[in-house]
Design a protein around this ligand. Structure first.
Ligand SMILES: N[C@@H](CCC(=O)N[C@@H](CS)C(=O)NCC(=O)O)C(=O)O
Length: 222
């Protein structure tokens, strides 16, 4: 009997790193529970040290959160899921596709800093035209090329971890009113409509908390 899985996450509206393994688990139909520690709350302060070795989210727990087995950091979580749920399609079955999918996920994990910095994830927010500059445009051009080369309904056939890594970018383009075209746009729409991404986004728009650090374009209260 496999130990039950619990994913420690933060606010669905803002936490792009939490979103990635959550949509992967949901998108691949892997059962799991979630525990949300909202940013800037007493609950975060009281529990993050016990529930996250790195002090960051997401964290995947096998067994009881806090005493079971923890894997932290999104890339490591994807690899751990691939190990413990080998038939679940976390990565593509074909070795070269798997290598490409890992490359795409790693590129997201370590790159696109301009885009991530200037356009923080904010699923319910609308800041059309904000955040764009030359470096961001370069990141978007690279992502658009990657998406346009999708080899199936998703980047490498069926929805896998690589798609999960790009899900927060698909929502950012909506938030900041950036349009990609052609095959990249078709892929973005499929990604937004995929079951895990749609479910996460539906929860995100219901949240009401505001995290100032993730709202650089909000009008400050007077
Ligand atoms: N490299 C990490 C990044 C994790 C990360 O930065 N998480 C943010 C939330 S999206 C966090 O926990 N921030 C809380 C803090 O900085 O105190 C990963 O891939 O999981």
């Amino acid at each position: 009997m496999d130990a039950p899985l619990t994913l420690i996450i933060a606010n669905k509206n803002y936490s792009s790193w939490s979103m990635r393994p959550w949509v992967l688990l949901r998108g691949r139909g892997i059962p799991f529970g979630e525990r949300m520690l909202k940013f800037e709350t007493k609950e975060w302060g009281e529990n993050i040290g016990r529930l996250s070795p790195s002090g960051l989210v997401p964290v995947l727990w096998e067994g009881e959160p806090g005493t079971g087995f923890a894997t932290w950091d999104t890339l490591a979580i994807a690899e751990r899921l691939h190990d413990i749920r080998p038939g679940a399609g976390v990565w593509p079955t074909e070795a070269r596709k798997r290598a490409r999918a890992r490359s795409a996920a790693a590129e997201m994990h370590s790159g696109f800093r301009a885009l991530r910095g200037a356009m923080p994830m904010n699923i319910r927010g609308r800041y059309l035209g904000k955040g764009m500059n030359d470096e961001v445009a370069k990141d978007i051009a690279r992502i658009s090329a990657l998406w346009a080369a999708a080899d199936g309904p998703f980047l490498f056939g069926e929805f896998c971890a690589a798609d999960a890594f790009y899900a927060p970018v698909a929502t950012r383009l909506v938030t900041y009113g950036v349009e990609v075209s052609g095959a990249a746009r078709d892929y973005q729409q499929r990604l937004l409509a995929s079951p895990g991404v749609a479910a996460w986004s539906a929860d995100a728009v219901k949240e009401t908390e505001t995290v100032a650090m993730d709202e650089p374009y909000a009008t400050p209260p007077r």
